[in-house]
Design a protein around this ligand. Structure first.
Ligand SMILES: [Zn+2]
Length: 410
């Protein structure tokens, strides 16, 4: 029996064809969740899954599963995949490499006529990006019992269209229950979305876990007044305080020896006029680290900085932490399996922690989980210019194949 081999050219042909679905002028794709383009991408996934001999089921959330029988039909399956929805004018690689890479791994097993002990299941999750319907990772979130199905169906896009109705419109409201079931483990290959692998010149990383984070809303309340006659020492400028806090966020992240990252990403200013002193500013702060204590300390510190900035400028303020998620270490056995797979493939690799959330986070709550990262050139993602060298995707897929085979033999 021949060893299963990834066919980089077949995979490439499929990837290029897939990239035509919702293609944008600048080389990206526009396939937001439950759009007509997302339906076309789903149709293609289903067609290709079936061509590869997979038994396709669609669940109530529109998650698409393709099952390949194992020698032991009652064993818990090894699940692997990612998502095919995109950002508005997003990149071709985000999510897609994980789904089509999973399919290619199945094709390699088919070519070599290998039957694994455990059944294998390939998956394309619904609504990972959270750009049209919030929150993100909604399909895997319901599957892993983090959200109710009804809550998911009621999510609305900016035009008031509901997730449940749009899912039905594109024909992907399936019958299979979307709920946790017994899985042997879950793997997801994904583009890194950061610069590390490319900087190090490495093709793959075994992902050890995902950063924890805190999201905060802050409001400064000052006094609007004319930008001309109001003396500088009589101002209560909500935006000056916001700028001070933004600078403090940057300073905190520069603390030596921590992996803390921090962002002020959303700022609303009232009245937002050229000749009026800003009266009210609402803004957000996002802190992330793999060390929960580091996030806690940053949240405490930034609260002090907010109080100081308000005092200096003579403002009222409100502070609220709206979301706090602890760091999420993946399963050690699955991480080791990815590392061993990289050794077997004979490629260079490293271990990484992810700064971004993935469907794998939710899967990690119900099954042993790890991820495989492949490089993002210039660390760019969620943009049309997102790019990964094809040979790295092939290497990542070889590692995925090995990891799946080894877990399917347990
Ligand atoms: Zn993604």
């Amino acid at each position: 029996m021949a060893d299963p081999t990834v066919d980089g050219e077949r995979f490439r042909r499929r990837f290029d064809e897939f990239s035509d679905i919702g293609a944008t002028e600048n080389g990206g794709v526009n396939r937001p969740s439950l759009s007509d383009e997302n339906k076309a991408a789903r149709d293609t996934v289903v067609e290709w899954f079936r061509e590869a001999g997979l038994a396709v089921t669609v669940d109530e959330m529109g998650n698409i599963f393709g099952r390949r029988a194992g020698a032991n039909p009652d064993a818990d399956p090894v699940l692997f995949g990612s998502h095919v929805d995109s950002q508005y004018n997003g990149g071709r690689y985000d999510g897609v490499v994980g789904v089509l890479g999973a399919l290619e791994a199945v094709e390699a097993l088919n070519d070599a006529d290998v039957t694994t002990d455990r059944p294998l299941e390939v998956v394309a999750w619904s609504n990972e990006e959270g750009v049209r319907f919030q929150p993100d990772m909604l399909g895997s979130g319901v599957f892993c019992d983090q959200f109710d199905l009804e809550y998911a169906y009621e999510r609305e896009d900016k035009d008031g269209k509901r997730f449940g109705e749009e899912l039905e419109r594109i024909g992907y409201k399936g019958d299979a229950p979307c709920e946790p079931r017994d899985l042997h483990c879950y793997f997801e290959m994904h583009v890194e979305q950061g610069p590390f692998l490319e900087q190090e010149g490495l093709p793959v990383a075994a992902v050890e876990g995902v950063f924890g984070f805190s999201w905060m809303n802050v409001t400064f309340e000052g006094q609007a007044n004319h930008a001309g006659p109001t003396p500088m020492d009589m101002r209560h400028d909500a935006f000056v305080a916001t700028a001070d806090v933004t600078r403090s966020v940057r300073r905190l992240t520069a603390t030596e020896g921590t992996d803390l990252v921090g962002t002020v990403g959303s700022v609303d200013v009232w009245p937002n006029a050229i000749n009026v002193i800003p009266e009210t500013v609402e803004f957000t702060v996002d802190f992330r680290s793999y060390d929960d204590a580091v996030v806690d300390a940053a949240v405490e510190q930034i609260q002090r900085e907010i109080a100081h900035a308000a005092e200096r400028e003579g403002l009222e303020y409100e502070f609220e932490e709206i979301m706090r998620v602890d760091a999420d270490p993946f399963d050690q056995s699955c991480i080791d399996t990815v590392v061993d797979a990289a050794e077997t493939v004979g490629c260079e690799y490293t271990r990484l922690v992810s700064g971004a959330g993935h469907d794998a986070n939710y899967l990690n709550k119900i099954a042993p989980t790890s991820m495989i990262f492949v490089p993002s050139v210039d660390g760019i993602s969620h943009r049309e210019s997102e790019f990964t060298e094809w040979e790295d995707i092939v290497t990542g897929t070889e590692v995925l194949l090995e990891a799946v085979r080894s877990k399917a033999a347990e």
